[in-house]
Ligand binder design. Structure first.
Ligand SMILES: [Zn+2]
Length: 245
């Protein structure tokens, strides 16, 4: 996109921060250009409708104008505000966590339509599902997209497939058998849940996660997902750091 050109796209607001007296910088994940930072002028000065459309999580049709340093957002039309997510504190928390992980994973200048579709799909799921597994399932799926699908079918160390898998090790990238075990112990229910999430049974897993008796297994899967995604992000930050020096 050359200087002075207008560009249309659609995007999801990942986060916003203040700029000067009246403006805001909006960080979007866009469909066409990946992560984009752009200035929204005057959105804090007046009670502008424009500004209220640019809240985190909002899905908008956008128009950008290429500025000298940063692009300007010149138009934002709401496609979806995910209202029922915003009206529920638990779901807001889950949604914001997904935005944060996406923000950390997405690189500016790197087009990633699959990540965009995944985030949009997860926000839509969050709107219709009260399952506490929406966010952890999103983390697992995103890691798989990034090429870090954990091994959940056989022991990641010895390949055994005829013995129970009893532990999950973040460093090794998957489940381990009794002989090879290290890392975090996992219950058989959590193993089944991970297989469902990563093996095409996402809806079944989300529904199962809503059952009151699933609280413990949901916590297990959630903690593993959080630790794995943090590990993955740290490792990537380190490798970016190495490349920069
Ligand atoms: Zn093994």
């Amino acid at each position: 996109m050359g200087k002075g050109t207008i560009h249309r796209d659609e995007g999801i607001v990942l986060r916003t921060y203040k700029l000067g007296e009246a403006d805001r910088i909006i960080v979007f994940l866009t469909k066409g250009r990946g992560k984009v930072r752009a200035v929204a002028k005057g959105v804090r000065k007046t009670r502008s409708k424009f500004g209220s459309r640019l809240e985190p999580m909002s899905h908008c049709a956008l128009q950008f104008y290429e500025g000298r340093d940063l692009d300007l957002v010149t138009q934002a039309d709401s496609i979806d505000t995910f209202r029922s997510v915003r009206e529920d504190l638990d779901r807001i928390g889950r949604g914001v966590s997904m935005l944060e992980v996406t923000d950390q994973l997405a690189q500016e200048g790197e087009v990633n339509p699959q990540l965009y579709r995944m985030l949009l799909g997860a926000l839509r799921t969050l709107e219709t599902s009260g399952s506490p597994l929406v966010a952890p399932a999103f983390y697992w799926k995103v890691m798989a997209l990034e090429g870090f699908r954990p091994e959940v079918d056989v022991c990641v160390q010895c390949g055994a497939d005829d013995t129970p898998l009893v532990a999950f090790d973040v460093e090794s990238g998957g489940l381990l058998c009794r002989t090879c075990r290290r890392g975090t112990p996992v219950s058989p229910e959590a193993v089944s849940m991970l297989r469902l999430i990563l093996g095409g049974g996402l809806n079944e897993a989300l529904t199962a996660g809503e059952a009151p008796e699933a609280t413990a297994v949901v916590r297990e899967v959630d903690q593993l997902a959080t630790r794995s995604v943090e590990h993955h992000l740290e490792r990537r930050l380190r490798s970016v750091d190495v490349l920069d020096h």
